[in-house]
Design a protein around this ligand. Structure first.
Ligand SMILES: C[S@@+](CC[C@H](N)C(=O)[O-])C[C@H]1O[C@@H](n2cnc3c(N)ncnc32)[C@H](O)[C@@H]1O
Length: 250
């Protein structure tokens, strides 16, 4: 039931011939992979590297830590963590093999030997309990069929005292912020995607705003994190609330 609802909400059902949310989502990201980084630069108005670096800073990384990037995609956060702190052991997982090819290629070009990529589901992480000092998830949560299960799985592999953070689109609250957000994400972006970027393909520019129909607010994400066991939870907003980050400890 959840599959059908999610597939229809974001209109994956029109482009991907499967009844499984996870398969459709994987096909979407495998198809998008070669365009993904360019798309992100456009959608974030060139701001993503700045707020992604700020998002990493909350993890207070230190040499020798073992860290995990879940839903790593093209590897931005895994490689960003490496950039922000020397001497980390970094594991990164993603379900889409084509995204991992891009990530591994970037890591190779940077000669990043301490970053290890795995094809795996965030809902069934291939790691033992209490393995990581810090866990990052950036623009990943909305893709999970069961977000609460994903949060519990990340809680499981985080060490006691470790920090977890998730970053994704937010839901601005002020009047004019809401209006700007509406024009940008719900009008301009989908139009740009349809006309310029994705002719006859699934329109990834529309995905973020359409999936916001089921994606929880920052307050609700914090509630789900508390339900998974996290404590000392707080949030941060970027781009006038258009992007939100939640942070918690085990
Ligand atoms: C929007 S991208 C985010 C990539 C990267 N973290 C970033 O911030 O640019 C979402 C990623 O989540 C991955 N993904 C979706 N569902 C997943 C799952 N169940 N397990 C692991 N990865 C998943 C997709 O393949 C995709 O690469």
């Amino acid at each position: 039931m959840k599959d059908v609802h999610m597939l229809k909400t974001v209109e994956f059902d029109k482009y991907f011939k499967t009844d499984s949310w996870e398969e459709a989502n994987k096909s979407f990201f495998n198809q998008l992979a070669p365009k993904y980084d360019r798309l992100n630069e456009i959608i974030s108005l060139g701001q993503q590297q700045r707020y992604k670096a700020d998002a990493i800073a909350v993890l207070k990384l230190e040499q020798g830590m073992r860290v995990l990037d879940v839903c790593t995609g093209s590897g931005d956060m895994a490689l960003g963590m490496r950039e922000s702190c020397d001497g980390l052991h970094i594991d990164a997982v993603d379900a889409a093999s084509a995204m991992l090819i891009i990530a591994k290629d970037k890591a190779r070009r940077l000669e990043a030997r301490n970053v290890y990529f795995y094809e795996a589901s965030a809902l069934e992480l291939p790691f033992k309990d209490n393995t990581f000092d810090a866990i990052m998830m950036s623009f990943g949560l909305r893709n999970l069929k069961d977000m609460s299960l994903g949060l519990k799985e990340m809680y499981r592999v985080l060490k006691p005292g470790g920090t977890f953070t998730t970053l994704d689109l937010g839901k601005p609250e002020g009047h004019w912020q809401k209006a700007l957000y509406h024009i940008y994400y719900e009008r301009l972006m989908p139009w740009l995607g349809k006309v310029v970027f994705h002719r006859n393909e699934y329109n990834s520019f529309a995905y973020l705003s359409i999936s916001n129909k089921y994606f929880p607010s920052s307050k609700e994400v914090m509630g789900m994190m508390a339900g998974a066991g996290f404590r000392n939870i707080y949030d941060k907003k970027y781009m006038l609330g258009g992007v939100a980050q939640q942070v918690g400890e085990k």
